[in-house]
Design a protein around this ligand. Structure first.
Ligand code: APR
Ligand code: ZN
Length: 260
């Protein structure tokens, strides 16, 4: 019974994709868990293992000791990120670009897996930045995260800028840090002008990212949510598919290809 309902929903979303021209895909950590990267709020997720307060921007700036703790945690997470490979959900989104249906992907993720799956860089808006780079907060010199990882693994506890001695931080947006202005503005605009907005693997609890589905509805677009758990936006969605992103997105794209 459950699978029959899911199959009907897959069929309905496939038809919506065929009718759409400007699809925006919005992803959260749930699109990458099948690649081996923990999400934040599922049982056993990152916020079960680390204290989110240790990742606050103000705390990071406040002392070398808090930066040492931050880099220790970030270094542990880095190795998981760097070994991760895109999964079926990431590749299904690339298929939407190949069908020339994808306007863009707005992602909260910092893992670069959409790009590694083959999505064009200019199709990805990284609302929460990326873990691939590290910036100097003073002179804005940029380093690869790989280079900084090598320093950490050689025993450096807190890396500083070679150029000016300034504080180095991964190019991710921490709680309390200003959102990237251009990316946020662009994401709102693309959400409002989308005719189909697909949320994949997000609890939709962190603002302002979680406003995007509402912007899409305000703009007259259809809203599809693919998630393991319910979200507070489910009641606004045209279709809610409960299950694993890789399986569901794989089935949807296969159905579009059959119908196309
Ligand atoms: N398939 C579908 N859904 C999944 C899967 C999966 N394989 N794995 C997890 N999920 C769902 C979970 O049920 C959860 O509702 O994905 C959602 C992930 O939610 P969060 O862990 O809250 O992640 P996200 O929504 O991306 O968090 C937003 O919060 O901590 C900050 O900056 C961080 O970008 C992050 C932001
Ligand atoms: Zn510097």
């Amino acid at each position: 019974m459950k699978d029959r309902i899911l199959d009907e929903q897959v069929d309905k979303v496939a038809n919506m994709i065929l009718d759409a021209d400007r699809i925006v895909v919005f992803t959260g950590a749930g699109v990458s868990t099948e690649s081996g990267i923990s999400d934040f709020r599922s049982p056993g997720g990152l916020w079960d293992r680390y204290d989110p307060n240790d990742f606050l921007y103000q705390r990071f700036l406040s002392s070398p000791e808090s930066r040492e703790k931050y880099w220790e945690m970030n270094s542990e997470l880095y190795n998981t990120l760097v070994d991760a490979k895109p999964n079926r959900a990431h590749y299904a989104v690339v298929e939407l670009e190949k069908m020339e249906k994808l306007d863009c992907v707005i992602t909260q993720n910092i893992d670069n897996l959409h790009q590694e799956a083959g999505l064009s860089d200019d199709k990805v808006i990284e609302l929460h930045g990326t873990n691939m780079w590290v910036n100097c907060l003073d002179c804005h010199k940029r380093y690869s995260r790989k280079e900084i990882q090598e320093r950490l693994e050689k025993g450096i506890k807190v890396p500083y800028c070679d150029e000016c001695g300034g504080i180095l931080k991964p190019a991710t947006i921490s709680f309390g840090q200003a959102m990237p202005y251009e990316e946020t503005r662009e994401a709102e605009m693309r959400s409002r002008s989308s005719d189909l907005f697909m949320v994949i693997g997000s609890s939709l609890v962190v603002q302002p990212a979680a406003m995007m589905p509402m912007y899409a509805k305000e703009g007259g677009g259809k809203l599809v949510i693919i998630n393991m758990e319910s979200t507070s936006y489910d009641r606004n969605a045209d279709v809610v598919l409960r299950g694993k992103a890789g399986d569901i997105m794989g089935r949807i794209v296969d159905r579009v290809k059959c119908k196309g």
